[in-house]
Write a protein that binds this ligand. Sequence first.
Ligand SMILES: [Zn+2]
Length: 121
Amino acid sequence: MKLALPTNYKQYVCRTCGSSDVGWDAWSEWDSATNQEVLRTGFDDAHCFQCEGETRTEEVEITDASEIAYIDEQRAKLRAEHHAVAMLEAMKEFVAGVDAGKIRSKRTYAKFKDIIANTEV
Ligand SMILES: [Zn+2]
């Protein structure tokens, strides 16, 4: 299954000073499964850490080539992580099949090929 990631390059900036060092008010909660705090609800009220106060934000397009390259690199890592679980399961199945003396290489080959075809790293 492909991981749907954005293809655009946008960010939010402070309407007063133009800084991208902004955030929004939010509520979080504890997730026992991951044992960490997770975002529950985000609100419209924004804060600028440069102005050190409330602000309104504006969506802008990122045009800096080095920032875009960094974003593309991070998205490639996310895609690789997303596919790692399926690849590991397929490899476990292949190893188990070999260990059991079964000839399953064509099926496993097809599974690996499908995963590779759906992996855009
Ligand atoms: Zn600001």
